[in-house]
Structures are given as structure tokens and as C-alpha cells.
Design a protein around this ligand. Structure first.
Ligand SMILES: [Zn+2]
Length: 608
């Protein structure tokens, strides 16, 4: 049927386009254009490659408040579900350019189509409204009432036909020198990268298997500008002088002058200024002046204006550089509201890098935490992979869990800094007793009571001076616990267990006949395990990660337990019993408890 007959949508869209055209024709002079019309050809070329294509082009004459415009309306095949685009004729473009919201393709940017939907009941009126908006934008621009909008469009303007350079540099407020490195192969569409430290870059590049080509390093001047300028004011090399002279900022003139007086083949200046609290980066390149004598000036003491107005440079178009920011500040500002953790430089030690530890590390990293110590002595085995962040490829390389996790995280976020220890945590702490003091937080996700007890002992005897979080999940994923023990205040880990080693706030029943049900033996293997699935882990870890971030943010002053209840009904349906203290609770809740010192706790007593 399709291809031969009009589809349901074909006729719907055709009708909408026809109705709109008739409506506009009845109110304005309107000409239907061929694609070879001299005003249309280039636009039609661009728009024929989009999906959906724009095939209808109408010229429409319309009066604004002080002049007449001829606008080109291009109608997409799926109108009114997609906005028409409005362009200027060549003649009128030359009359009005540059003004804000008008680009070099003569396109008038009326609004962000992502945020609005055309009224599909009355598409003709919606288009008329769009035309009025375009006229308003053009007239406001002509009256110079929206000059500041240029700044918003600065990057779009600057990056057009610019050479892309990657950047790991986080813009600062100081004039400094940076370095641009050439890479052994292109990544992110560029073979150049800007960074303030070679060591940092080398570390960052590891996951990409890309090297730095030493001989191509170039020193780059970085200028944090205070005053804004309009992008079209900086087109030729000599325009720089006017911009900085007008800005009265001698510091910048001096910095550029010093830089250009260094003997180099070429020069790169990276500048920034703030738009809405965020520094945007852009750059340009000067060709060198090798072999040129500036009469009357000592070598390397040539004033900026003399140099830039030399015949070799004069009226040269600036070679614009667009900066693709890959630094963590930029990346996280775009995707996440958790940026508060970026600046704090928080470091976390994670003891146990199995399912919980690995998922937790990834969740924390996505929230902007980027410094870790991973401790786990086990190797990643194929049978771990269904519940682990890492997979078969890492397991095939017989990697330790700590190294597999580090590789996985750094492949996702190359800025992450990871230390790893692939040995036994207690024998490590036996030698390096105070090492965990270097971390803002220690998370114990090892599921081993012996280790947990000893870490608690170290914490309450002063060898650890920041909170320790014990993390575990109960059988069949019926729930999990985030037990945060303060170094001094409140109860300790030991205060949460009875004489028989039962956790006081266990969700599963602690009666021995109930507990035995959970222990299942894998045939031929001595290790017992309590079954739960990857889904339970991810559910619990998303809660645990949020609580850990809250703890980091609030600077808690006492010990606290967060208990997450999973699907209790499912658990009971499987024939198991829950601890009576949870009888009144519903599934998927979080219960918060302050942990107080128990009189019978040997650890806390010692501490008094
Ligand atoms: Zn205690």
C-alpha cells in the first residue's frame, strides 16, 4: 500500500500545509518559490539533507512597525508537528546583518523548537504568530535593543568554521600559560588537546590508548577576560588591539605583547569570559613573524600594534579555534545537579569491590566524586559478572576486582583518580594502620563480619577519624542497610548486634530456623551465599548512594542507620518470615534510626 497511495499521515500533513498557505495568501502577498530561486537554492540545499526534509518555500511580505520585510518560510514535510524555519532574502540580509539571532545562513532564530509545540488545531495562526516573532526579532536588532544577545550567541558564531581543540583545562581567573598537545590519533574529532599539566593529560589519555606526540607541544596564552565584546568585532588579527585598547585593560595588552615577542612558529591565545556564571572558552591562532625584522625595535621588544599591523599580518583573518571542553566541571554542569561534590575534591575508600562496591563506585562517580581507594583481594570471575559492574572482558583477563573496576570507571570518566590495593584489607591495615585517615569517608561493602568488626575497632580507637559506612544487602534482596558510624558520637557497629551476632535491625527473621533457609550451598563449593539479583543491587545502591552523598554534605554528628525495605510481600510469598519489628511496614520504604551507645558494648565502653 505504502509508496503507491497516500498514507494517513501524508494526507494529514498535506492538508495542514495547504490550509496554512491559503490562510496566509488571504492576508499577505505570498509567492510559492521554486528551489532554484536565487534566494532559496542554498537554503533548500541545507534543508534537503535534514530529516524530515523541507520542500515548500514561500516568500511572504510583511510590515513591521517601521519597515517591510520579505521573509522566506520553509515548511517541513511533517508540518505542523515541526516548526517552519524563517530566513531572510539575500538583499535584506545584507541590509540588516549583523544583528542578534540572525545567522550567516540568513536564518532567523525565532525560538527553541524543543520547548514549544505548534498549535495543531490552528496551524495557520501559529505560523502567523511565528512570523510576527521573527519580525519583532529583526526590528529589535535593527534598533540595537538586544545587543547583549550577541554574547549568548557568541560561541555559535565563533565556532563556525573554527578549528576544534579539545580541552581539559578548567577556566580560571588568572592570566597563565597552558600547553596544547598533539595526539597520536584523533579523539572527539580533534588531534589537539589543551591541558595545564602533561602528567594529568597522560593519565587522562590512558583509557583511549592515545599517546602525546612530544614534539608538537606549544605554549598557549590564556586570558580570562572581564569585559565582553561582540564576536564580529574580532575578525582580523589587528582587531585584537582595538578590543583590548578599548577595554582599558593594559594587563592583557602586556600579556599578549610578551607572548607574541617569544620566538615561535605560531601563537595560540585562549580567552574566556563569563556568561551567566559560566566561563566560556574560545581561541585563535596567529601566524609567526620568523625572519621579519622590525626596524627600530630590539628583538622581542616589538609593541603589539607594530607587530599586528605589520604588512604580513595586516588584515589577515583570525584563525579561529573552537574549544571542546571535556573537563569534569563542564561535563557535570551539563548532566547533573550534583556539581557541589566536584569542587570539594572528596575522596572515598571502598573496601570490598564486589557487586555492591562496584555499583556504588559507578553511582558516586556519576554524581561527581572522582577520588577513590579500592581494596579487594579477589579476582573477577565469570560467574561474578551478572551481579558486578564489570563483565566478561575484564574477567577473561584474570583481573583483580579492584583493577577491573578502576578500568571500567576510568573508561567512563577518564578524570577519575583511583588507587587500588589488591590484597587483604586487614593485613594491609596491620601495617598501615592510619592509612584510611587520608580519606573523607570509608565504605565497607565486603560482607565479612570479621573485617567489619575490626574496622569498627580501628574507628573507635582513633585509627580512622572520619565516618565509616557499612553497607550490605539482605537475602533475596528483601532490603539493605547503610550503617554510618561516627568516629566518636553515638553507638558503634558492635552496638547493633546481639550476643549471638544477630543484627538488631535485620529485616529477615533472626530465628535460627528461619536463618538456615537462606543459606544455600553451591554444589562442590564451600562458600555459602545469600541469593539476590542485580536488580536488587541497583535498587539498593541508588538509595545508598543518595544517603552517602547526604552524609558527605551534612557533616553528620552521630551514628545513624538507614534501612531500605525492598519487596517484603514478594519475600513473604517465597515462604520466608520477616523480623516482627517490621510487621507494620510497607515495601519500598526507608527507615532512619539514630544508633546510640549500648551499655554492654565493649568497644564503646573502652572509648569512654
Ligand atoms: Zn559500641
Amino acid at each position: 500500500m505504502q509508496g503507491q497511495h497516500e498514507t494517513l499521515l501524508d494526507s494529514f500533513y498535506k492538508k495542514a500545509i495547504q490550509k496554512t498557505r491559503q490562510y496566509l495568501e488571504s492576508k499577505y502577498p505570498l509567492v510559492i518559490c521554486n528551489q532554484d530561486d536565487e534566494d532559496i537554492a542554498e537554503i533548500a540545499q541545507i534543508l534537503s539533507q535534514t530529516d524530515p526534509p523541507y520542500k515548500e518555500f514561500w516568500k511572504i511580505e510583511i510590515s513591521g512597525s517601521f519597515r517591510r520585510f520579505t521573509l522566506i518560510l520553509s515548511i517541513p514535510d511533517t508540518f505542523p508537528d515541526l516548526f517552519p524555519k524563517i530566513y531572510l532574502t539575500k538583499k535584506e540580509y545584507q541590509e540588516v546583518y549583523p544583528i542578534p539571532h540572525l545567522d550567516k545562513n540568513r536564518f532567523v532564530c525565532t525560538r527553541d523548537p524543543e520547548v514549544s509545540v505548534l498549535n495543531d488545531k490552528k496551524p495557520e495562526e501559529a505560523v502567523e504568530e511565528l512570523i510576527q516573532i521573527a519580525v519583532g526579532i529583526l526590528e529589535t536588532g535593527l534598533k540595537k535593543e538586544n545587543q547583549s544577545d550577541f554574547i549568548e550567541e557568541f560561541l555559535a558564531y565563533w565556532n563556525d568554521k573554527a578549528t576544534p581543540i579539545l580541552s581539559l583545562f578548567i577556566p580560571t581567573d588568572d592570566v597563565i600559560y597552558l600547553q596544547v598537545f598533539k595526539l597520536s590519533k584523533k579523539i572527539f574529532g580533534s588531534e589537539y588537546i589543551l591541558c595545564d599539566s602533561k602528567e594529568k593529560l597522560q593519565e587522562w589519555l590512558k583509557p583511549f590508548r592515545v599517546d602525546i606526540l612530544e614534539e608538537e607541544n606549544a605554549k598557549v596564552l590564556y586570558l580570562p577576560l572581564v569585559e565582553l565584546f561582540f564576536p564580529h568585532q574580532l575578525e582580523k588579527e589587528e582587531d585584537i588591539i582595538d578590543i583590548f585598547k578599548n577595554s582599558n585593560n593594559k594587563k592583557y595588552i602586556k600579556a599578549i605583547e610578551n607572548y607574541l615577542n617569544q620566538d615561535r612558529d605560531y601563537y595560540i591565545v585562549i580567552a574566556s569570559f563569563s556568561i551567566r556564571g559560566e566561563r566560556i572558552l574560545f581561541g585563535w591562532r596567529h601566524q609567526g613573524w620568523r625572519g621579519i625584522e622590525f626596524r627600530g625595535f630590539r628583538k622581542n621588544h616589538v609593541p603589539l600594534n607594530v607587530r599586528l599591523k605589520h604588512q604580513r599580518t595586516k588584515s589577515n583573518l583570525l584563525q579561529k579555534i573552537s574549544i571542546i571542553r571535556l573537563d569534569k566541571e563542564r561535563i557535570f554542569k551539563r548532566g547533573s545537579t550534583m556539581t557541589k561534590f566536584l569542587d570539594k575534591n572528596i575522596s572515598i575508600a571502598i573496601i570490598g569491590c564486589g557487586s555492591l562496591g562496584s555499583y556504588l563506585a559507578m553511582s558516586l562517580s556519576r554524581c561527581g566524586i572522582s577520588k577513590y581507594l579500592f581494596i579487594d583481594k579477589e579476582r573477577l570471575e565469570p560467574e561474578n559478572t551478572p551481579r558486578h559492574l564489570c563483565g566478561f572482558v575484564e574477567a577473561s583477563q584474570r583481573m583483580k576486582k579492584v583493577d577491573a573496576l578502576k578500568k571500567k570507571l576510568m573508561g567512563h570518566f577518564p578524570h577519575i583518580e583511583c588507587n587500588t590495593y589488591g590484597g587483604d584489607v586487614l593485613s594491609w591495615l596491620q601495617k598501615e594502620t592510619n592509612s584510611l585517615k587520608e580519606y573523607d569517608l570509608t565504605v565497607v561493602a565486603i560482607g565479612n563480619m570479621g573485617v567489619e568488626r575490626r574496622i569498627n575497632y580501628l574507628l573507635r580507637h582513633g585509627a580512622i577519624n572520619k565516618p565509616v559506612i557499612f553497607l550490605w544487602i539482605e537475602p533475596f534482596g528483601v532490603g539493605g542497610h547503610v550503617l554510618c558510624i561516627h568516629p566518636e558520637n553515638g553507638g558503634c557497629y558492635n552496638c547493633c548486634f546481639d550476643n549471638e551476632g544477630n543484627f538488631l535491625y535485620s529485616i529477615t527473621s533472626t530465628r535460627s530456623e528461619d536463618r538456615d533457609k537462606f543459606k544455600r550451598r553451591e554444589s562442590g563449593c564451600q562458600s555459602t551465599f545469600t541469593p539476590y539479583s542485580s536488580l536488587h543491587i541497583e535498587q539498593f545502591i541508588s538509595i545508598a548512594c543518595k544517603k552517602i552523598l547526604d552524609i558527605l554534605e551534612k557533616d553528620i554528628d552521630t551514628s545513624v542507620l538507614y534501612t531500605w525495605l525492598g519487596d517484603i510481600e514478594e519475600f513473604e510469598r517465597l515462604g520466608f518470615n520477616i523480623n516482627p519489628i517490621y510487621d507494620a511496614q510497607l515495601s519500598y520504604r526507608i527507615i532512619e534510626r539514630k544508633i546510640i551507645q549500648q551499655k554492654w558494648c565493649g568497644i564503646c565502653k573502652k572509648n569512654e
